[in-house]
Design a protein around this ligand. Structure first.
Ligand SMILES: Nc1ncnc2c1ncn2[C@@H]1O[C@H](COP(=O)(O)OP(=O)(O)OP(=O)(O)O)[C@@H](O)[C@H]1O
Length: 250
């Protein structure tokens, strides 16, 4: 049997007396879109930070494609295929959308940002970056200044930049946050189009998005996974209803 792409076992993190993640087990087969949900303070961001290597864990293991990565620094995990969306658009307001994705393509190739002026003239990097913009529906805005993009367009751009890193596993922290109804629908459509092509772990509070997109869902409460299963199983789980979703919401 092939190993799952992500295999997390017994992962824990304590902040003083508080156990933010408590013996979390989580496995994602290749191609799965897995949603991580839970109330505020449940430990979702802590778990993502542990996976990317921004926070060291106290115990447990993290395997990517069968290889232990739990002790590796962030950049080595990225090299092994771990990607995440960043709020990059706030950092580079004067770049165009195309420049932003070109920068991500260039950094995957391991070039220094110092030589970005050269990369701007590189036709292969430009063509590849344009394809990622097209993939997220942002091609018509390629020459727009990042600072002039609407919130939904910024989220699309962040997704394009993350895809440009060609991750095997993409971690998305609240892709719907701050989006209006129409923008949310658009983002759901884009993530649905990526489904199966790339393995995704999504932290999200928007239940419509979660129930539309997820193959499986894990519910985190006080750092513990209290339920795991497909959407129907999660909707019908009594513990989830009482601990998190509340009667009537599902
Ligand atoms: N650096 C830190 N130092 C101390 N406590 C922390 C730290 N980071 C997080 N916590 C605590 O750990 C718990 C889990 O926080 P975390 O941000 O992971 O939850 P979350 O599920 O992502 O919440 P939200 O949905 O509100 O983003 C919370 O009680 C939080 O206050």
């Amino acid at each position: 049997m092939t190993a799952p792409l992500l295999d997390v076992q017994g992962l824990s993190k304590r902040f003083g007396g508080l156990t933010a993640t408590d013996s979390v087990d989580l496995t994602l087969p290749e191609g799965e879109l897995h949603a991580l949900i839970g109330p505020n303070g449940a430990g979702k961001t802590t778990l993502i930070s542990q996976l990317v290597g921004a926070l060291p864990h106290d115990s447990g293991s993290i395997k990517l494609a069968g290889e232990e990565i739990g002790q590796l620094p962030v950049w080595k995990r990225v090299h092994r295929g771990l990607g995440r969306t960043f709020q990059i658009t706030q950092l580079l307001p004067d770049f165009t959308a195309l420049d932003t994705v070109m920068l991500a393509v260039q950094s995957r190739h391991g070039h220094s940002f110092r030589f970005f002026a050269d990369a701007r003239r590189n036709r292969a990097i430009r063509t590849e970056a344009a394809q990622y913009l097209d993939q997220v529906g942002l091609a018509p805005r390629a020459q727009a200044r990042v600072g002039d993009l609407a919130q939904g367009e910024r989220k699309q751009l962040e997704l394009a930049a993350a895809l440009a890193g060609k991750p095997r596993l993409l971690l998305l922290d609240e892709p719907m946050a701050g989006l209006g109804t129409a923008e949310s629908q658009q983002m759901i459509g884009q993530l649905a189009a990526l489904k199966g092509k790339i393995t995704m772990l999504i932290v999200e509070h928007d239940m419509e998005a979660v129930f539309t997109l997820a193959d499986r869902v894990s519910v985190l409460v006080y750092g513990k996974v209290i339920a795991q299963g497909d959407v129907e199983a999660i909707k019908n789980n009594e513990d989830v209803r009482t601990a998190y979703l509340g009667e009537g919401d599902v």
